[in-house]
Ligand binder design. Structure first.
Ligand code: P6P
Length: 280
């Protein structure tokens, strides 16, 4: 696992430099989720593939920017699914973005998740690596330095409600309104990585991207976004569900499958379970 940890660090340093380019143009290609790819998305995907191709323990990779999974080393023991630059369109307005990695043991399709990692490219570059514990690292003078372990509290004060309100189910809107009536603060940038990072570092709350009328299966991708963050939140003492089921218990039929998702502290996620058990 150390070799993967090191390859992610090398990728993150190269991606940070790549983000600092002036003209970030849109390529004419679309990814498998039908999103127009930034040239930067493709460049960051190439950076990660280059670094991972040097790691013999990595058997197969799957990227949000690629249609299919790719075998790197037939004798490798790990499968890694990643989103190379999540929320990349936010760079145009100088908001934070991130890279997300889900690390699995076993052949693709029968894999068991054993670690997860994300990198936040913001005013500072930070990395969170979850295996048995959740650890925070800060990029300083070219190296990622360990900062602290992260634990979520039982209850928080931040609400990050994803999706478009008019497409929410009425019971979902009433639930979110109820949290605001209890004094929760709205913190939503439209970048999954910084939005979930903030809740983790500020002690808790709820990030939600529910099933909506325009996206009945949710928007966020299971392999590349949902499962890695579910692993991080559970390892940090939090909860991660699709409204009823543990996200970590869901499989995936296609590598680009999505899922409704709720990540947060126990108090908030228990409320989601109550509301969804009654209505959904
Ligand atoms: P919406 C970014 O495009 C992304 O995939 C996630 O990073 C983010 O949480 C979500 O979409 C935002 O979606 O519909 O709220 O703009």
């Amino acid at each position: 696992m150390r070799d993967i940890f090191d390859a992610i660090q090398k990728s993150a340093k190269r991606i940070k430099d790549a983000i600092d380019v002036k003209d970030i143009g849109y390529s004419q290609q679309e990814n498998s989720s039908g999103e127009t790819q930034l040239e930067l998305d493709i460049k960051c995907d190439m950076i990660i593939e280059e670094e991972f191709s040097k790691v013999s323990s990595i058997n197969t990779i799957a990227s949000e920017e690629k249609e299919h999974e790719e075998v790197l080393h037939a004798n490798g023991k790990y499968f890694i699914a990643y989103d190379p630059l999540d929320g990349s369109s936010l760079i145009d307005v100088n908001l934070s973005v991130g890279s997300i990695f889900g690390i699995y043991e076993g052949a693709f399709g029968t894999e068991k998740m054993v670690a997860a990692c994300y990198v936040v490219y913001g005013p500072r570059v930070e990395m969170v690596f979850a295996q048995n514990k959740t650890k925070l690292y800060l990029l300083q003078a070219g190296e990622f330095e360990f900062v602290k372990e992260i634990r979520l509290g039982e209850k928080g004060k931040i609400m990050a409600p994803g999706g478009t309100q008019q497409n929410w189910e009425k019971y979902h809107k009433a639930m979110i309104d109820g949290f605001f009536a209890e004094g929760y603060r709205l913190r939503y940038s439209g970048g999954m990585v910084p939005d979930l990072h903030q809740i983790l570092l500020k002690g808790g709350g709820l990030f939600s991207y529910p099933a909506t009328s325009d996206k009945p299966k949710g928007k966020l991708r299971r392999l590349f976004e949902v499962f890695p963050f579910a692993f991080v939140y559970k390892t940090s003492g939090g909860e991660a569900i699709d409204g009823k089921n543990e996200l970590m218990s869901l499989g995936h039929a296609h590598i680009h499958d999505t899922s409704p998702c709720f990540f947060g502290s126990k108090y908030e996620v228990d409320r989601v379970k109550e509301v969804y058990a009654k209505n959904a």
